[in-house]
Design a protein around this ligand. Structure first.
Ligand SMILES: Cc1cc2nc3c(=O)[nH]c(=O)nc-3n(C[C@H](O)[C@H](O)[C@H](O)COP(=O)(O)O)c2cc1C
Length: 177
């Protein structure tokens, strides 16, 4: 059993985080999900809580009562951390060292655990030079990229930017555990 931290951000692909959570949990792993406020508009905390059987963190960072400083203990106690899907926004925030919500604070507090990032966005967003610079910065500091695939995207464009199939993401996680 491994302890997996799954960060979910506000991409239309956030619904796939439910399958990912389900698959990892069924395989016997402990999955702690951290949502951004935007992600909670796309996928409910209740769904992810039910599938993981664990508390879901994020939008309620300052109102939930824990007997520890949860963003630090979460970051300390996981074997691997992944953000899937990752928005252009979260890539920019992490690349800038911003820590203004639960997901960014947990990722900023990670120790030496492996960390993966699976961007999902419109092709033009993904190819935007600033997004690419931010991504390169993350890769240079230890993140591993799960490359988006080419597909007919939710916006109607065809191109690179889709979250890869859940199985691909699962295999990338297992390869690093
Ligand atoms: C319908 C809809 C779909 C979106 N899909 C994406 C997406 O796939 N990728 C992305 O980077 N941003 C997407 N966005 C924009 C993000 O939700 C927005 O940048 C948000 O602030 C991200 O917040 P977060 O990074 O804290 O989750 C979408 C917005 C809407 C309204």
């Amino acid at each position: 059993m491994s302890r997996i931290l799954l960060g979910v951000t506000g991409s239309i692909a956030a619904y796939k985080a439910a399958d990912l959570t389900h698959r990892l949990t069924k395989d016997g792993h402990q999955v702690d999900v951290v949502l951004t406020r935007s992600a909670a508009e796309f996928i409910t905390p209740l769904t992810l809580h039910t599938l993981s059987g664990r508390p879901v963190y994020g939008y309620n960072q300052f109102t939930d009562n824990y007997d520890d400083v949860r963003h630090i203990t979460l970051a300390r106690d996981v074997d691997i951390a992944i953000i899937a899907p990752a928005t252009a926004n979260i890539i920019g925030k992490l690349a800038s060292g911003l820590a203004d919500d639960h997901l960014t604070t947990v990722f900023t507090a990670l120790r030496n655990q492996p960390r993966l990032i699976a961007p999902a966005m419109n092709t033009y967003m993904y190819e935007n030079p600033i997004v690419q610079q931010n991504l390169a910065k993350l890769l240079a500091t230890g993140f591993e990229l799960i490359e988006p695939t080419e597909a007919l995207l939710a916006c109607g464009d065809i191109g690179k930017g889709a979250l890869p199939p859940v199985e691909t993401i699962v295999q990338r996680i297992y390869a690093r555990l």
